[in-house]
Design a protein around this ligand. Sequence first.
Ligand SMILES: [Cu+2]
Length: 150
Amino acid sequence: MSRLIQTSILFVLLTFSAHAEYAEHAKISVQNAWIRPTVPLQKVTGAFMTITSTTAARLVGMTSPVADHVEIHEMLVENDIMKMRAVPSLPLTADKSLELKPGGYHVMLFGLHQQVKAGDSVPLTLIIEDSNKKRTSVTVKAAAKSATAY
Ligand SMILES: [Cu+2]
């Protein structure tokens, strides 16, 4: 085998392994995670954030130690009335930010175990599924503050 062919094969192998490594590890970054403070006995609240993944992936769920369950919601207009509804997952396009914000996609926490007070830091765990159906989780701290203060 000539030296040139050997070098080419080595290069292809290296490229392939580097690509496989990249595909397996979607890097997720979350910015500006915040949650609406609640009044005593309020059991539901909303949370918002901007999510960016280095590879195509899906946000397939969330959990939080302060709530019984967490849903991802979308807003839609039905008979001229603005409604919201749970979605099973949201797509993350590679290197394109997904913004969860008031009036758009958002996170809802149900069955709150405690009051969320302004200044609290609430853990939220995002469950991300990559294109190979491999799941990873990312935990962020959502700062409790009102939308008007944002
Ligand atoms: Cu909602």
